[in-house]
Write a protein that binds this ligand. Structure first.
Ligand code: CMC
Length: 452
């Protein structure tokens, strides 16, 4: 770990000037002058980044703790080095391990993408077949999980059930604690990806008051999920291939999104070296929140409220007056079209061919059309995000709104695990432990209760 060289009494401004004038290659460093002491420091820049810990050497006295950086909500702090997902928000680019999301959505399957995220390369035909076999033969859960789920109230939110059941898996697999063993990590990886749809479908059936449907290992990952959700009295459930494919695409699009709220939660919890089920249960908790996995539900409510295309101008006027938000629009990182939204829009058309056209789609398309031509949205770089159309597909698939974040969680599981594994294997990572700026009282004498 490099530390800044203390270049006391140096005139930083003229040094930089001299550099430029002499035509030398610019140095990959940052020169900082501490005006409290007059000292200057040279801090290395690597990958467009300075290390927060390098600032610790900047101090006013020997016993000073050193300078800290303050970054609530991690708006400008990289917490790791990662080679999993590349995101360029300005240009609307999303790549998994270097492969554009558009190509993966066109040509790949969710299981292949999960392999790619976790192992770093697209599998060969043999590797994919082994992977598919391993995942599909681990889809069953222990019978006691059924009893565990049965303990939830009839109207329990399926996301809360998924969270609890995922955490409970850690008690079924105590061997998962051995996170430093690479083979063990592989076993838990397979268990997690294979069992997540089973837990999700069981949570749904519980809410419906319907018997659980066991996995059918002849079906694809998405086909089996549809089977566990919708099979009734038929001997063999045959998923519609168009719905199966659309679902697979949705899982692909949600598989990873670098250091978002839930992924950061998984990494942070996992950094304590707890088992991966407990870490991912924490990620599900983060995803549960309306600012993260719950926006697609808000889009649906908004479209229902607008009710008819004729009401769109009045609605947009209200948004521009700051009375409400156009849900499914805008993104913290994407300041251009969210590439996932474009793919989902196309997938929605395929789904509606099977399910019949969702009348809310016409409102959504018109709303998007109007918003994209309006100065208010153009100026603020507000474009449809992944949630603008996904809720319409889920609704057409007869999913209750409460299941929307659960669908997100199934897809995101492979990304969470890939990120967890990368964190465990990264020698530079330690237990997550942010600092704080203490703003409270100090060193007060205890006051007996009768004197307060
Ligand atoms: N409708 C109307 N105005 C908006 C919207 C919107 N959806 N989003 C942002 N703005 C305006 C906002 O009022 C502000 O205007 P002004 O400069 O006049 O004050 C400007 O655009 C910048 O907004 P911001 O709130 O500072 O932007 P942010 O980066 O903090 O927020 C966001 C990002 C996604 C929370 C926000 O765009 C939003 O609330 N969108 C609607 C909710 C939504 O669709 N969320 C799903 C995100 S994608 C899923 C995921 O990855 O988890």
């Amino acid at each position: 770990m490099s530390s800044p060289s203390d270049i006391e009494d140096r005139d930083t401004a003229s040094a930089t000037e001299a550099n430029g004038a002499s035509g030398e290659h610019p140095k990959e460093t940052l020169s900082v002058t501490d005006n409290r002491t007059g000292r200057s420091y040279e801090i290395p820049i690597t990958d467009g980044t300075v290390r927060a810990l390098d600032f610790r050497a900047i101090r006013v006295a020997e016993d000073d703790f050193g300078l800290m950086t303050y970054d609530p909500a991690f708006m400008n702090t990289a917490s790791c080095r990662s080679s999993i997902t590349y995101l360029d928000g300005t240009n609307g680019v999303l790549e998994y391990r270097g492969y554009p999301i558009e190509q993966l959505a066109d040509h790949s399957t969710y299981l292949e993408v999960a392999y790619l995220l976790i192992h770093g390369e697209l599998p060969t035909a043999t590797q994919l077949e082994t992977w598919r076999h391993e995942i599909t033969t681990h889809t069953f859960v222990h019978e006691n999980i059924k009893e565990f789920l049965g303990g939830f109230r009839h109207n329990a939110h399926p996301m809360g059930m998924l969270l609890g059941a995922t955490a409970a898996l850690s008690t079924f697999y105590p061997d998962a604690n051995d996170i430093d063993d690479a083979e063990n990590r592989d076993i838990q990886t397979i268990r997690m990806i294979s069992k997540m749809p089973t837990l999700a479908a069981f949570a749904y059936r519980h809410a419906q008051g319907q018997p659980y449907v066991y996995p059918d290992n002849d079906l694809t990952y998405s086909g089996n999920f549809l089977n566990m959700m919708y099979k009734m009295t038929e001997l063999k459930y045959e998923p519609d291939p168009r719905l199966e494919r659309a679902l697979d695409i949705l899982f692909i699009l949600h598989a990873d999104h670098e250091q978002n709220c839930s992924t950061s939660a998984v990494r942070s919890i996992g950094s304590s070296k707890v088992d991966p089920y407990s870490a991912i249960a924490g990620g599900i908790g983060a995803l549960y929140g309306p600012l993260h996995g719950g926006a697609n539900e808000a889009v649906l409510r908004m479209l229902r409220k607008i009710e008819h295309r004729d009401n769109i101008p009045a609605f947009v006027k209200g948004v521009k007056a700051g009375e409400e938000r156009l849900m499914g629009f805008g993104h913290r990182v994407y300041k251009n079209y969210d590439p996932r939204a474009r793919i989902i829009k196309a997938a929605a058309e395929d789904v509606f061919e099977v399910t019949g056209r969702n009348p809310l789609l016409d409102i959504a398309v018109e709303l998007e059309h109007i918003a994209l031509e309006d100065e208010y949205f153009i100026e603020r770089k507000l474009y449809p995000n992944v949630d603008f159309y996904s809720g319409l597909i889920y609704q057409a698939m007869r999913l209750p709104v409460a299941m929307f974040p659960v669908m997100f969680a199934i897809g995101r599981t492979s990304g969470w695990i890939a990120q967890w594994r990368e964190m465990v294997e990264d020698a530079e990572q330690k237990i997550s432990r942010p600092r704080q700026i203490y703003t409270g009282e100090r060193s007060r004498d205890y006051v007996p209760i009768d004197q307060r």
